[in-house]
Design a protein around this ligand. Structure first.
Ligand code: FPP
Length: 259
């Protein structure tokens, strides 16, 4: 089987809480275990030659979780960055962040800035962490920024286009890789949950029953295999559809049905 490698993979790392509760442990235990899965998945994506891997680590809606849980999540993120920065650098991986950076605490922002700076000249996989991210917020911000540019005479209202819209999104710097090819959600839930709604317009969706704390590089490969057998038509027709099947003569039968 010839594997087709998605250029941009986005993952909703879901099911940490349920994974822990099923084992009689507190929810944060699932986050701790989940944070250890990130390294293997990043390494595998880089090995496969994926260009962008975007991980949904904290949504705009996650601010409604108890403060104690939020604190653990930020701590785990800082721990991952400080512990793995050297290895990410050795693997030529870059780091980006999308979301409302201004809402993060200063300690987390400092660590993110440090590590992004350390990895900024790398040319391999672009690891993107979505933090305080929500697509609706991203689109509202984009609309506001464009309206401001129009008010201040930098743009004309009718200059808005799909290409220009990309410049106003948090993924603006992603260039040709902004569109998601493969969108994975773990834990059996089948929703997109306000994640990359614009960027995943034509993504192939893969939902797996595996909860994030159990997700392995082999599970990532399974999703890539599934992606490889999908036929992406982007609203067009299959390669095999020839003109005779489109324009076949239509006849009326005795029962009045057209065939
Ligand atoms: C969803 O599980 C997961 C999250 C809200 C957080 C994801 C964070 C990590 C994996 C750890 C830190 C991240 C990095 C990049 C090192 P849930 O709590 O919603 O699970 P549930 O649906 O079972 O309740």
């Amino acid at each position: 089987m010839v594997l087709s490698i998605p250029r941009h993979i986005a993952i909703i790392m879901d099911g940490n809480g349920r994974w822990a509760q099923r084992r009689g442990r507190p929810r944060v235990f699932g986050h701790v275990r989940g944070s250890t899965r990130v390294r293997d998945v990043v390494r595998e994506a880089n090995r496969l030659g994926v260009k962008v891997l975007t991980l949904y680590a904290f949504s705009t809606e996650n601010w409604s979780r108890p403060e104690a849980e939020r604190k653990v999540l930020w701590k785990l993120l800082r721990k991952f960055l400080l512990r793995d920065a050297k290895e990410l650098h050795q693997q030529n991986i870059r780091l980006r962040v999308i979301g409302e950076m201004e809402r993060l605490d200063s300690e987390t922002r400092l660590v993110l800035d440090q590590v992004m700076h350390q990895l900024c000249s790398n040319t391999g996989l672009q690891l993107t962490i979505a933090l305080s991210y929500g697509s609706k917020r991203e689109l509202v911000n984009a609309a506001r920024a464009f309206a401001q540019d129009c008010l201040e005479g930098r743009r004309q209202a009718d200059s808005m286009s799909e290409e220009l819209m990309e410049h106003y999104l948090w993924t603006a710097g992603f260039g040709e890789f902004s569109q998601v090819d493969l969108f994975i959600r773990t834990s059996g839930e089948q929703r997109v949950s306000n994640f990359l709604l614009w960027q995943a317009a034509y993504a192939e969706l893969v939902f797996t029953e595996v909860c994030w704390p159990d997700f392995s590089s082999e599970n990532l490969m399974d999703a890539v295999r599934e992606y490889s057998v999908r036929e992406r038509r982007f609203g067009g027709l299959t390669k095999e559809t020839n003109s005779s099947s489109i324009m076949a003569p239509i006849k009326k039968t005795k029962t009045g049905i057209f065939i």
